[in-house]
Design a protein around this ligand. Structure first.
Ligand code: DAH
Length: 344
C-alpha cells in the first residue's frame, strides 16, 4: 500500500476519534460523523484513491478502510451514549417538574345575580308554603291594568312608562298580572310567588327599562295586615340577615287596600345611616297591601269569603342592597367579570 494513503487513513482515524470524543453535544457529534463517515465524508474520499492502486494492494487497502470505519463507528456509539447520558442528567437537573404548582382550573360559569336572588326568594317562600307561577311578558291591557283596578286615566298607563305593543297589549310593567292569572285559573286558598322581567320606559342611574320583580300573593279565609307584616318580616330577616327590622309606610296602590310601602333597616349600616340608605337607616324594597275587593270581584272570587294580601319587590334592588352593588346598570351589561363575583 502506498504510504500516502496509509498516512491519510491513520490521520482520519486519529483526528476523527479525537474529535468524536471531544464533541460537546450529540448534535455536533452527529455533524462530525457526517464529516468523516458520511457519503461524501473524508473516509469515502480516501476510498476513491483505491482505483489508482495496483490490483494486489486493493484488498489490503479495503480491509484497512473497513477496520477504521468500524473502529470509528464504535468510538461514535460510545461518545454518543456518553453525551446522551450527560444531556439527560442536565435536563433532569434543570427541567424540574414542580408538582406543587396549582393545576389549571377550568373556568366555571355562574348564575346571574338576578337569578341568584330569585332562587333564594323561592327557597325562603317555599318554607311558608308558597309555590312558583309565571305569566306572559306581553300582557293584555286588561291583566296589566284593568283587572288590577288601574283605571284608564291612571298615571301608570302613561305613555312615558308603558311600552305599548298595540292598543290592547303592553309589555307588562309589573308582575302583579300574575295575581290575576292565578285568581282566574286556580281555586283558593292560594300562596303563590311569581317572578320575571318587567318593562318600563325609564332609564337612568337607578332605573332600568327592563328589570325584574317578584310578586307574592296569599288568599285564604281570614287574612290580615298582621299576617302580611309577619310574612314580610320573616322574609326580610331570612334574605338579608337576622336582626333586620321591617317597617310599613302608608301608601297607595289601586289593587290593594290598605296599601303600604315596605322598608327594611339598612343591612349595611344596620340602621345607623350610610350612603346606601341616604343616611335614613331605612331602604325601600317594594309595595304591599291587602288585596282590594275590586280585584277579587274582577276575578270572580267571592269576597269577604276569601281575603288576601299581596306584595311586590324589585329584584335588582334587593341584589344591590344584599351584595352592595353600586350601579343598577351592571345587571344587564353581561360583563362576565361582574357575574363571576357571584359564583357559589
Ligand atoms: N306592582 C307594583 C309596582 O310595580 C308593586 C306592588 C305593590 C305589588 C303592592 C303588589 C302590591 O303586589 O300589593 O310598583
Amino acid at each position: 500500500m502506498k504510504p500516502m494513503s496509509q498516512t491519510k487513513l491513520d490521520e482520519i482515524k486519529s483526528t476523527a476519534s479525537a474529535q468524536f470524543k471531544a464533541a460537546t453535544s450529540s448534535k455536533s457529534l452527529y455533524d462530525l460523523k457526517v464529516q468523516f463517515l458520511g457519503k461524501s465524508g473524508a473516509l469515502t474520499e480516501v476510498m476513491k484513491e483505491m482505483a489508482n492502486l495496483p490490483k494486489e494492494e486493493k484488498p489490503l487497502f479495503g480491509k484497512k478502510v473497513n477496520e477504521i470505519k468500524n473502529f470509528l463507528e464504535q468510538v461514535y456509539v460510545e461518545a454518543e451514549e456518553a453525551l446522551k447520558k450527560a444531556e439527560m442528567n442536565e435536563r433532569l437537573a434543570t427541567e424540574e417538574l414542580d408538582l406543587t404548582l396549582p393545576a389549571y382550573v377550568r373556568q366555571a360559569g355562574s348564575e346571574h345575580p338576578v337569578y341568584k336572588v330569585i332562587e333564594e326568594i323561592f327557597t325562603i317562600m317555599a318554607r311558608l308554603g308558597y309555590s312558583v307561577r309565571t305569566g306572559p311578558l306581553i300582557e293584555k291591557d286588561y291583566y296589566n291594568f284593568e283587572a288590577l283596578n288601574i283605571p284608564a286615566d291612571h298615571p301608570a298607563r302613561d305613555m312615558q312608562d308603558t311600552f305599548f305593543i298595540d292598543q290592547h297589549h303592553v309589555l307588562r310593567t309589573h308582575t302583579s298580572p300574575i295575581q290575576i292569572h292565578s285568581l282566574e285559573n286556580e281555586k283558593p286558598p292560594l300562596r303563590i310567588i311569581g317572578t320575571g322581567p318587567v318593562f318600563r320606559c325609564d332609564s337612568d342611574i337607578s332605573h332600568l327599562p327592563n328589570f325584574h320583580q317578584i310578586e307574592g300573593m296569599c288568599v285564604d279565609q281570614k287574612v290580615s295586615m298582621a299576617d302580611l307584616k309577619g310574612t314580610i318580616s320573616f322574609f326580610v330577616r331570612e334574605f338579608f340577615g337576622p336582626g333586620l327590622k321591617t317597617r310599613f309606610r302608608p301608601s297607595f296602590f289601586p289593587f290593594t287596600e290598605p296599601s303600604a310601602e315596605v322598608d327594611c333597616s339598612c343591612p349595611i349600616c344596620k340602621g345607623k345611616g350610610c350612603s346606601l340608605c341616604k343616611h335614613t337607616g331605612w331602604i325601600e324594597i317594594g309595595g304591599c297591601g291587602l288585596i282590594n275587593p275590586k280585584v277579587f270581584y274582577n276575578a270572580k272570587i267571592s269576597y269577604p269569603e276569601w281575603q288576601g294580601f299581596a306584595f311586590g319587590f324589585g329584584i335588582e334592588r334587593m341584589g344591590i342592597i344584599k351584595y352592595g352593588i353600586d350601579d343598577i346598570r351592571l345587571f344587564p351589561e353581561n360583563d362576565v367579570r361582574f357575574v363571576r363575583q357571584f359564583l357559589s
